[in-house]
Design a protein around this ligand. Sequence first.
Ligand code: ATP
Ligand code: MG
Ligand code: MG
Ligand code: MG
Length: 473
Amino acid sequence: SNPSSKQIRQAFLDFFASKGHQVVASSSLVPHGDPTLLFTNAGMNQFKDVFLGFDKRAYTRAASSQKCVRAGGKHNDLENVGYTARHHTFFEMLGNFSFGDYFKRDAITFAWELLTQVYALPKERLMVTVYAEDDEAYDIWHQEIGVPADKIVRIGDNKGARYASDNFWMMGDTGPCGPCTEIFYDHGAHIPGGPPGSPDEDGDRFIEIWNNVFMQFNRDEAGVMHPLPKPSVDTGMGLERISAVLQGVHANYEIDLFQALIKAAARETNTADLDSPSLKVLADHIRACSFLIADGVIAGNEGRGYVLRRIIRRAIRHGYKLGARAAFFHKLVADLVLEMGEAYPELVRNQARIVEVLKQEEDRFFETIENGMQILETELASKPAIFNGDLAFKLHDTFGFPLDLTADICRERGVTVDTAGFDAAMARQKEQARAAGKFKMALNLEYEGQATSFHGYEKLETPARVLALYKDG
Ligand code: ATP
Ligand code: MG
Ligand code: MG
Ligand code: MG
Protein backbone atom coordinates (compact mmCIF):
# COMPACT_ATOMS: atom_id res chain seq x y z
CA SER A 1 0.00 0.00 0.00
CA ASN A 2 0.98 3.63 -0.40
CA PRO A 3 3.09 5.37 2.21
CA SER A 4 1.19 7.92 4.30
CA SER A 5 2.30 11.54 4.35
CA LYS A 6 3.38 10.90 7.93
CA GLN A 7 5.68 8.10 6.81
CA ILE A 8 7.01 10.20 3.94
CA ARG A 9 7.87 13.03 6.33
CA GLN A 10 9.59 10.61 8.68
CA ALA A 11 11.54 8.92 5.89
CA PHE A 12 12.88 12.30 4.81
CA LEU A 13 14.07 13.21 8.30
CA ASP A 14 15.53 9.75 8.92
CA PHE A 15 17.42 9.84 5.64
CA PHE A 16 19.08 13.13 6.42
CA ALA A 17 19.74 12.13 10.02
CA SER A 18 21.61 9.14 8.60
CA LYS A 19 23.69 11.62 6.59
CA GLY A 20 24.77 13.49 9.69
CA HIS A 21 22.01 16.11 9.82
CA GLN A 22 20.58 17.42 13.07
CA VAL A 23 16.79 17.17 12.93
CA VAL A 24 15.43 20.55 14.03
CA ALA A 25 11.80 21.29 14.95
CA SER A 26 9.70 23.59 12.80
CA SER A 27 9.80 27.22 13.87
CA SER A 28 6.68 29.34 14.35
CA LEU A 29 4.75 30.71 11.40
CA VAL A 30 5.26 34.12 12.95
CA PRO A 31 8.88 35.01 12.33
CA HIS A 32 10.67 36.39 15.34
CA GLY A 33 12.63 39.55 14.88
CA ASP A 34 12.45 39.66 11.09
CA PRO A 35 10.46 42.67 9.92
CA THR A 36 11.11 41.74 6.27
CA LEU A 37 8.89 38.70 6.56
CA LEU A 38 5.10 38.45 6.94
CA PHE A 39 4.93 34.72 7.67
CA THR A 40 7.48 31.93 7.62
CA ASN A 41 7.60 31.00 3.95
CA ALA A 42 10.45 28.47 3.79
CA GLY A 43 12.44 26.05 5.90
CA MET A 44 15.49 28.28 5.74
CA ASN A 45 13.85 31.23 7.51
CA GLN A 46 14.83 30.06 11.00
CA PHE A 47 18.41 29.69 9.78
CA LYS A 48 18.63 33.06 8.03
CA ASP A 49 21.22 34.46 10.41
CA VAL A 50 23.26 31.28 10.28
CA PHE A 51 23.49 31.62 6.49
CA LEU A 52 24.40 35.28 6.86
CA GLY A 53 27.15 34.40 9.33
CA PHE A 54 25.60 36.35 12.24
CA ASP A 55 24.65 33.24 14.19
CA LYS A 56 26.32 29.91 14.82
CA ARG A 57 24.86 26.53 15.67
CA ALA A 58 26.39 23.45 17.25
CA TYR A 59 25.83 21.63 13.94
CA THR A 60 26.61 22.40 10.30
CA ARG A 61 23.95 20.11 8.81
CA ALA A 62 20.27 20.30 9.64
CA ALA A 63 16.97 18.90 8.43
CA SER A 64 13.41 19.92 9.23
CA SER A 65 9.78 19.79 8.32
CA GLN A 66 8.76 23.41 8.44
CA LYS A 67 5.30 24.93 8.63
CA CYS A 68 4.98 27.54 5.88
CA VAL A 69 2.35 30.05 4.88
CA ARG A 70 2.48 31.78 1.52
CA ALA A 71 -0.39 34.21 1.65
CA GLY A 72 1.30 37.58 1.41
CA GLY A 73 4.73 39.07 0.98
CA LYS A 74 7.17 37.97 -1.69
CA HIS A 75 5.85 34.42 -1.97
CA ASN A 76 2.07 34.74 -2.16
CA ASP A 77 0.04 31.76 -3.36
CA LEU A 78 -3.38 32.75 -2.03
CA GLU A 79 -4.67 33.46 -5.51
CA ASN A 80 -3.41 30.08 -6.78
CA VAL A 81 -5.34 28.00 -4.26
CA GLY A 82 -8.23 26.29 -5.97
CA TYR A 83 -6.75 27.02 -9.38
CA THR A 84 -3.66 24.78 -9.47
CA ALA A 85 -3.08 21.21 -8.34
CA ARG A 86 -0.02 22.13 -6.32
CA HIS A 87 -0.42 25.34 -4.33
CA HIS A 88 -1.61 25.78 -0.77
CA THR A 89 -1.64 28.74 1.57
CA PHE A 90 -0.28 26.50 4.34
CA PHE A 91 2.06 23.63 3.55
CA GLU A 92 4.93 21.70 5.05
CA MET A 93 8.36 22.14 3.60
CA LEU A 94 10.84 19.34 4.08
CA GLY A 95 14.37 20.65 3.97
CA ASN A 96 18.02 19.81 4.42
CA PHE A 97 20.56 22.51 5.11
CA SER A 98 24.30 22.90 5.03
CA PHE A 99 25.89 25.81 6.85
CA GLY A 100 29.21 26.11 5.11
CA ASP A 101 29.52 22.32 5.17
CA TYR A 102 28.67 20.49 1.91
CA PHE A 103 27.79 22.30 -1.29
CA LYS A 104 26.44 21.47 -4.75
CA ARG A 105 27.79 17.96 -5.26
CA ASP A 106 26.54 16.48 -1.99
CA ALA A 107 23.23 18.33 -2.12
CA ILE A 108 22.45 16.95 -5.56
CA THR A 109 23.66 13.46 -4.67
CA PHE A 110 21.57 13.35 -1.48
CA ALA A 111 18.45 14.51 -3.32
CA TRP A 112 18.87 11.93 -6.04
CA GLU A 113 19.54 9.12 -3.59
CA LEU A 114 16.48 9.93 -1.52
CA LEU A 115 14.18 10.23 -4.51
CA THR A 116 15.34 7.26 -6.54
CA GLN A 117 16.44 4.84 -3.80
CA VAL A 118 14.52 5.59 -0.61
CA TYR A 119 11.34 6.81 -2.29
CA ALA A 120 12.10 4.57 -5.30
CA LEU A 121 10.82 6.98 -7.94
CA PRO A 122 11.40 5.98 -11.57
CA LYS A 123 14.30 8.08 -12.90
CA GLU A 124 12.72 8.63 -16.28
CA ARG A 125 9.86 10.56 -14.62
CA LEU A 126 12.25 13.13 -13.16
CA MET A 127 13.45 16.32 -14.83
CA VAL A 128 15.77 18.95 -13.45
CA THR A 129 16.43 22.60 -14.04
CA VAL A 130 19.64 24.46 -13.28
CA TYR A 131 20.45 28.15 -13.22
CA ALA A 132 21.41 29.21 -16.74
CA GLU A 133 25.03 30.00 -15.90
CA ASP A 134 25.58 27.20 -13.43
CA ASP A 135 27.80 24.81 -15.42
CA GLU A 136 28.94 23.18 -12.22
CA ALA A 137 25.43 22.04 -11.24
CA TYR A 138 24.76 21.02 -14.84
CA ASP A 139 27.85 18.85 -14.95
CA ILE A 140 27.08 17.17 -11.65
CA TRP A 141 23.59 16.24 -12.85
CA HIS A 142 24.72 15.15 -16.28
CA GLN A 143 28.12 13.57 -15.79
CA GLU A 144 28.06 12.34 -12.21
CA ILE A 145 24.39 11.48 -11.66
CA GLY A 146 23.78 10.52 -15.27
CA VAL A 147 20.66 12.53 -15.99
CA PRO A 148 20.34 12.70 -19.81
CA ALA A 149 20.74 16.12 -21.43
CA ASP A 150 17.14 16.18 -22.64
CA LYS A 151 16.01 16.07 -19.01
CA ILE A 152 18.07 19.04 -17.85
CA VAL A 153 16.86 22.55 -18.56
CA ARG A 154 18.88 25.73 -18.03
CA ILE A 155 16.75 28.59 -16.72
CA GLY A 156 17.66 32.17 -15.90
CA ASP A 157 15.97 34.57 -13.54
CA ASN A 158 12.61 34.79 -15.11
CA LYS A 159 11.28 37.84 -13.36
CA GLY A 160 7.72 38.94 -13.68
CA ALA A 161 6.15 35.69 -14.83
CA ARG A 162 3.44 34.43 -12.52
CA TYR A 163 4.27 30.75 -12.23
CA ALA A 164 7.23 30.55 -14.54
CA SER A 165 10.38 28.86 -13.38
CA ASP A 166 12.97 31.04 -11.82
CA ASN A 167 16.27 29.48 -10.91
CA PHE A 168 17.54 32.20 -8.67
CA TRP A 169 15.91 31.87 -5.26
CA MET A 170 15.40 34.78 -2.88
CA MET A 171 13.73 34.64 0.49
CA GLY A 172 12.47 38.19 0.10
CA ASP A 173 13.60 41.41 -1.52
CA THR A 174 16.62 41.32 0.75
CA GLY A 175 18.50 38.53 2.51
CA PRO A 176 20.19 35.28 1.58
CA CYS A 177 19.79 34.08 -1.99
CA GLY A 178 21.48 32.14 -4.72
CA PRO A 179 21.18 30.02 -7.83
CA CYS A 180 19.12 26.88 -7.52
CA THR A 181 18.41 23.57 -9.15
CA GLU A 182 14.88 22.24 -9.12
CA ILE A 183 13.52 18.73 -9.54
CA PHE A 184 10.26 18.13 -11.38
CA TYR A 185 8.08 15.05 -11.58
CA ASP A 186 6.28 14.19 -14.80
CA HIS A 187 2.74 13.15 -13.89
CA GLY A 188 2.08 11.91 -17.42
CA ALA A 189 1.02 12.94 -20.89
CA HIS A 190 -2.68 12.80 -20.00
CA ILE A 191 -2.27 16.03 -18.02
CA PRO A 192 -1.91 19.31 -19.90
CA GLY A 193 1.26 21.34 -19.51
CA GLY A 194 4.78 21.46 -20.86
CA PRO A 195 8.16 20.84 -19.24
CA PRO A 196 9.81 23.58 -17.17
CA GLY A 197 11.07 26.41 -19.30
CA SER A 198 8.58 25.76 -22.11
CA PRO A 199 5.84 28.24 -23.00
CA ASP A 200 3.11 26.04 -21.50
CA GLU A 201 4.92 25.13 -18.30
CA ASP A 202 2.09 26.65 -16.24
CA GLY A 203 0.16 23.45 -16.71
CA ASP A 204 0.38 20.88 -13.96
CA ARG A 205 1.86 17.94 -15.86
CA PHE A 206 5.41 18.60 -14.67
CA ILE A 207 5.24 19.52 -11.03
CA GLU A 208 8.18 21.00 -9.18
CA ILE A 209 8.77 18.86 -6.13
CA TRP A 210 12.11 19.98 -4.76
CA ASN A 211 14.26 23.06 -4.89
CA ASN A 212 17.93 22.96 -3.95
CA VAL A 213 19.30 26.44 -3.40
CA PHE A 214 22.99 27.18 -3.36
CA MET A 215 23.12 30.04 -0.91
CA GLN A 216 25.91 32.31 -1.99
CA PHE A 217 24.81 35.93 -1.56
CA ASN A 218 23.14 38.40 0.74
CA ARG A 219 21.08 40.85 -1.27
CA ASP A 220 20.87 44.32 0.24
CA GLU A 221 18.20 47.00 -0.16
CA ALA A 222 19.92 48.46 -3.20
CA GLY A 223 19.92 45.04 -4.85
CA VAL A 224 23.65 44.55 -4.46
CA MET A 225 24.71 40.93 -3.95
CA HIS A 226 27.29 40.44 -1.22
CA PRO A 227 28.99 37.03 -1.15
CA LEU A 228 28.18 35.03 1.99
CA PRO A 229 31.01 34.05 4.33
CA LYS A 230 30.55 30.38 3.44
CA PRO A 231 28.66 28.89 0.51
CA SER A 232 25.75 26.91 1.92
CA VAL A 233 22.80 24.78 0.92
CA ASP A 234 19.10 25.31 1.55
CA THR A 235 16.53 22.95 0.12
CA GLY A 236 12.77 22.72 0.18
CA MET A 237 10.43 19.95 -0.85
CA GLY A 238 6.69 20.30 -0.39
CA LEU A 239 5.44 17.36 1.68
CA GLU A 240 2.06 17.48 -0.03
CA ARG A 241 3.62 17.39 -3.50
CA ILE A 242 5.96 14.48 -2.83
CA SER A 243 3.09 12.69 -1.10
CA ALA A 244 0.93 13.07 -4.20
CA VAL A 245 3.72 11.52 -6.28
CA LEU A 246 4.30 8.65 -3.87
CA GLN A 247 0.60 7.96 -3.41
CA GLY A 248 0.12 7.79 -7.17
CA VAL A 249 -2.21 10.77 -7.43
CA HIS A 250 -1.85 14.00 -9.34
CA ALA A 251 -3.19 16.82 -7.21
CA ASN A 252 -2.10 17.53 -3.66
CA TYR A 253 -5.75 17.51 -2.67
CA GLU A 254 -5.96 13.81 -3.47
CA ILE A 255 -3.45 12.77 -0.78
CA ASP A 256 -4.53 11.02 2.42
CA LEU A 257 -4.37 14.05 4.67
CA PHE A 258 -6.45 16.25 2.38
CA GLN A 259 -9.04 13.61 1.64
CA ALA A 260 -9.97 13.49 5.32
CA LEU A 261 -10.31 17.28 5.43
CA ILE A 262 -12.33 17.41 2.22
CA LYS A 263 -14.74 14.82 3.61
CA ALA A 264 -15.06 16.84 6.81
CA ALA A 265 -15.81 20.00 4.82
CA ALA A 266 -18.40 18.08 2.79
CA ARG A 267 -19.98 16.80 5.99
CA GLU A 268 -20.23 20.27 7.55
CA THR A 269 -21.63 21.88 4.41
CA ASN A 270 -23.87 18.97 3.38
CA THR A 271 -22.10 18.70 0.05
CA ALA A 272 -22.55 15.55 -1.96
CA ASP A 273 -20.07 16.37 -4.74
CA LEU A 274 -16.65 15.62 -3.27
CA ASP A 275 -14.99 17.14 -6.34
CA SER A 276 -16.34 20.61 -5.59
CA PRO A 277 -13.45 23.10 -5.77
CA SER A 278 -14.88 24.91 -2.74
CA LEU A 279 -14.18 21.86 -0.58
CA LYS A 280 -10.52 22.02 -1.59
CA VAL A 281 -10.36 25.65 -0.62
CA LEU A 282 -11.95 24.87 2.75
CA ALA A 283 -9.49 22.02 3.34
CA ASP A 284 -6.63 24.35 2.51
CA HIS A 285 -7.88 27.28 4.55
CA ILE A 286 -8.67 25.34 7.73
CA ARG A 287 -5.02 24.37 7.89
CA ALA A 288 -3.73 27.91 7.33
CA CYS A 289 -6.18 29.48 9.78
CA SER A 290 -5.71 26.90 12.53
CA PHE A 291 -1.94 26.94 12.36
CA LEU A 292 -1.82 30.74 12.29
CA ILE A 293 -4.05 30.98 15.35
CA ALA A 294 -2.05 28.27 17.11
CA ASP A 295 1.06 30.37 16.50
CA GLY A 296 -0.55 33.40 18.09
CA VAL A 297 -1.92 35.40 15.17
CA ILE A 298 -5.03 37.32 16.19
CA ALA A 299 -7.66 38.12 13.58
CA GLY A 300 -7.87 41.85 13.12
CA ASN A 301 -7.78 44.73 10.71
CA GLU A 302 -4.08 45.08 10.16
CA GLY A 303 -0.96 43.23 9.18
CA ARG A 304 -0.85 39.52 9.89
CA GLY A 305 -4.20 39.60 11.65
CA TYR A 306 -5.85 40.97 8.55
CA VAL A 307 -4.35 38.27 6.36
CA LEU A 308 -5.83 35.71 8.77
CA ARG A 309 -9.22 37.42 8.73
CA ARG A 310 -9.17 37.54 4.93
CA ILE A 311 -8.44 33.81 4.70
CA ILE A 312 -11.23 33.04 7.18
CA ARG A 313 -13.68 35.17 5.19
CA ARG A 314 -12.70 33.49 1.94
CA ALA A 315 -13.39 30.14 3.60
CA ILE A 316 -16.76 31.32 4.91
CA ARG A 317 -17.71 32.53 1.46
CA HIS A 318 -16.94 29.10 -0.01
CA GLY A 319 -19.09 27.51 2.69
CA TYR A 320 -21.82 30.02 1.87
CA LYS A 321 -21.54 29.06 -1.77
CA LEU A 322 -22.13 25.44 -0.77
CA GLY A 323 -25.22 26.44 1.20
CA ALA A 324 -23.96 27.12 4.73
CA ARG A 325 -25.86 29.95 6.43
CA ALA A 326 -24.34 29.75 9.90
CA ALA A 327 -20.95 29.09 11.47
CA PHE A 328 -19.55 25.76 10.24
CA PHE A 329 -15.84 26.28 9.56
CA HIS A 330 -14.72 25.88 13.19
CA LYS A 331 -16.15 22.36 13.14
CA LEU A 332 -13.31 21.28 10.87
CA VAL A 333 -10.72 21.92 13.56
CA ALA A 334 -11.32 18.57 15.26
CA ASP A 335 -10.72 16.76 11.96
CA LEU A 336 -7.52 18.69 11.41
CA VAL A 337 -6.31 17.84 14.89
CA LEU A 338 -6.91 14.17 14.15
CA GLU A 339 -4.83 14.42 10.97
CA MET A 340 -2.01 16.64 12.14
CA GLY A 341 -2.14 16.93 15.92
CA GLU A 342 0.45 14.25 16.48
CA ALA A 343 3.07 15.92 14.29
CA TYR A 344 2.13 19.40 15.54
CA PRO A 345 1.10 19.28 19.22
CA GLU A 346 0.51 23.04 19.23
CA LEU A 347 -2.72 22.26 17.39
CA VAL A 348 -3.86 20.05 20.26
CA ARG A 349 -2.77 22.53 22.91
CA ASN A 350 -4.61 25.38 21.23
CA GLN A 351 -7.58 23.46 19.89
CA ALA A 352 -10.21 25.10 22.09
CA ARG A 353 -8.93 28.58 21.34
CA ILE A 354 -8.75 27.96 17.59
CA VAL A 355 -12.38 26.80 17.61
CA GLU A 356 -13.43 29.82 19.63
CA VAL A 357 -11.64 32.36 17.45
CA LEU A 358 -12.99 30.87 14.24
CA LYS A 359 -16.51 30.65 15.62
CA GLN A 360 -16.38 34.28 16.67
CA GLU A 361 -15.10 35.40 13.28
CA GLU A 362 -17.74 33.30 11.57
CA ASP A 363 -20.64 34.58 13.65
CA ARG A 364 -19.55 38.10 12.87
CA PHE A 365 -19.23 37.65 9.12
CA PHE A 366 -22.39 35.58 8.79
CA GLU A 367 -24.28 38.68 9.99
CA THR A 368 -23.40 40.63 6.87
CA ILE A 369 -22.48 38.09 4.21
CA GLU A 370 -26.04 37.51 3.01
CA ASN A 371 -26.71 41.17 2.28
CA GLY A 372 -23.27 41.66 0.82
CA MET A 373 -23.66 38.67 -1.47
CA GLN A 374 -27.01 39.96 -2.67
CA ILE A 375 -25.52 43.30 -3.63
CA LEU A 376 -22.61 41.60 -5.30
CA GLU A 377 -24.82 39.17 -7.21
CA THR A 378 -27.14 41.93 -8.37
CA GLU A 379 -24.21 43.85 -9.75
CA LEU A 380 -22.70 40.78 -11.42
CA ALA A 381 -26.08 39.93 -12.96
CA SER A 382 -25.87 43.18 -14.91
CA LYS A 383 -22.78 41.71 -16.57
CA PRO A 384 -20.42 44.61 -15.90
CA ALA A 385 -17.27 44.87 -18.00
CA ILE A 386 -15.44 45.75 -14.80
CA PHE A 387 -16.74 45.62 -11.24
CA ASN A 388 -17.45 49.08 -9.85
CA GLY A 389 -14.76 50.29 -7.41
CA ASP A 390 -17.17 52.33 -5.27
CA LEU A 391 -19.34 49.28 -4.82
CA ALA A 392 -16.33 47.12 -3.96
CA PHE A 393 -15.49 49.69 -1.32
CA LYS A 394 -19.03 49.71 0.03
CA LEU A 395 -18.86 45.92 0.30
CA HIS A 396 -15.61 46.29 2.18
CA ASP A 397 -16.69 49.07 4.46
CA THR A 398 -20.26 48.08 5.25
CA PHE A 399 -20.38 44.33 4.74
CA GLY A 400 -16.86 43.29 5.67
CA PHE A 401 -15.88 41.98 2.24
CA PRO A 402 -12.12 42.43 1.90
CA LEU A 403 -11.17 43.58 -1.60
CA ASP A 404 -9.48 40.27 -2.39
CA LEU A 405 -12.68 38.42 -1.51
CA THR A 406 -14.76 40.51 -3.88
CA ALA A 407 -12.06 40.10 -6.52
CA ASP A 408 -12.04 36.33 -5.99
CA ILE A 409 -15.81 36.06 -6.47
CA CYS A 410 -15.64 38.29 -9.54
CA ARG A 411 -12.78 36.23 -10.96
CA GLU A 412 -15.02 33.14 -10.95
CA ARG A 413 -17.29 35.08 -13.34
CA GLY A 414 -14.45 36.40 -15.44
CA VAL A 415 -14.83 39.96 -14.10
CA THR A 416 -12.06 42.14 -12.71
CA VAL A 417 -12.49 44.79 -10.04
CA ASP A 418 -11.71 48.46 -10.51
CA THR A 419 -9.12 48.57 -7.75
CA ALA A 420 -8.13 52.16 -8.55
CA GLY A 421 -11.76 53.13 -7.96
CA PHE A 422 -11.72 51.15 -4.72
CA ASP A 423 -8.59 52.96 -3.56
CA ALA A 424 -10.04 56.34 -4.46
CA ALA A 425 -13.25 55.61 -2.54
CA MET A 426 -11.27 54.54 0.46
CA ALA A 427 -9.07 57.63 0.35
CA ARG A 428 -12.16 59.83 0.13
CA GLN A 429 -13.75 58.18 3.12
CA LYS A 430 -10.57 58.49 5.11
CA GLU A 431 -10.45 62.18 4.33
CA GLN A 432 -14.08 62.66 5.38
CA ALA A 433 -13.51 60.79 8.61
CA ARG A 434 -10.55 63.00 9.37
CA ALA A 435 -12.51 66.16 8.64
CA ALA A 436 -15.40 64.94 10.77
CA GLY A 437 -13.01 64.15 13.59
CA LYS A 438 -11.54 67.65 13.47
CA PHE A 439 -15.00 69.19 13.38
CA LYS A 440 -16.08 67.26 16.45
CA MET A 441 -12.96 68.20 18.32
CA ALA A 442 -13.46 71.82 17.41
CA LEU A 443 -16.89 71.65 18.98
CA ASN A 444 -15.26 70.07 22.02
CA LEU A 445 -17.41 66.99 21.68
CA GLU A 446 -16.17 63.67 22.79
CA TYR A 447 -14.39 62.12 19.86
CA GLU A 448 -15.88 58.74 19.30
CA GLY A 449 -12.77 57.19 17.89
CA GLN A 450 -12.67 55.25 14.67
CA ALA A 451 -15.24 56.36 12.17
CA THR A 452 -13.97 53.73 9.82
CA SER A 453 -13.02 50.11 10.07
CA PHE A 454 -10.37 49.74 7.45
CA HIS A 455 -6.91 49.94 8.86
CA GLY A 456 -3.74 48.58 7.39
CA TYR A 457 -5.14 46.86 4.36
CA GLU A 458 -2.51 44.26 3.74
CA LYS A 459 -2.15 43.29 0.14
CA LEU A 460 0.87 43.21 -2.07
CA GLU A 461 -0.99 44.79 -4.94
CA THR A 462 -2.28 47.72 -2.90
CA PRO A 463 -0.50 50.86 -4.04
CA ALA A 464 1.98 52.29 -1.59
CA ARG A 465 0.13 55.56 -1.42
CA VAL A 466 -2.95 53.77 -0.06
CA LEU A 467 -0.91 51.87 2.47
CA ALA A 468 0.63 55.16 3.53
CA LEU A 469 -2.82 56.57 4.13
CA TYR A 470 -3.64 53.83 6.58
CA LYS A 471 -0.40 54.10 8.48
CA ASP A 472 -1.11 57.53 9.80
CA GLY A 473 -4.78 56.71 10.43
P1 ATP B 1 6.04 26.85 -7.67
O1 ATP B 1 6.94 27.26 -8.79
O2 ATP B 1 5.33 25.55 -7.91
O3 ATP B 1 5.14 27.94 -7.23
P2 ATP B 1 8.16 27.61 -5.91
O4 ATP B 1 9.29 27.58 -6.89
O5 ATP B 1 7.53 28.91 -5.65
O6 ATP B 1 7.00 26.55 -6.40
P3 ATP B 1 10.02 27.18 -3.75
O7 ATP B 1 10.06 28.56 -3.25
O8 ATP B 1 11.16 26.71 -4.58
O9 ATP B 1 8.61 26.94 -4.54
O10 ATP B 1 9.76 26.20 -2.52
C1 ATP B 1 10.32 24.89 -2.38
C2 ATP B 1 9.27 23.79 -2.51
O11 ATP B 1 8.15 24.03 -1.66
C3 ATP B 1 8.66 23.65 -3.88
O12 ATP B 1 9.51 22.92 -4.73
C4 ATP B 1 7.37 22.94 -3.58
O13 ATP B 1 7.56 21.53 -3.46
C5 ATP B 1 6.96 23.50 -2.26
N1 ATP B 1 5.97 24.58 -2.39
C6 ATP B 1 6.20 25.87 -2.73
N2 ATP B 1 5.09 26.61 -2.70
C7 ATP B 1 4.10 25.77 -2.32
C8 ATP B 1 2.72 25.95 -2.07
N3 ATP B 1 2.13 27.13 -2.20
N4 ATP B 1 2.00 24.87 -1.68
C9 ATP B 1 2.58 23.65 -1.54
N5 ATP B 1 3.90 23.43 -1.74
C10 ATP B 1 4.66 24.47 -2.12
MG1 MG C 1 5.70 29.64 -6.21
MG1 MG D 1 9.03 27.21 -8.99
MG1 MG E 1 11.09 26.60 -6.66
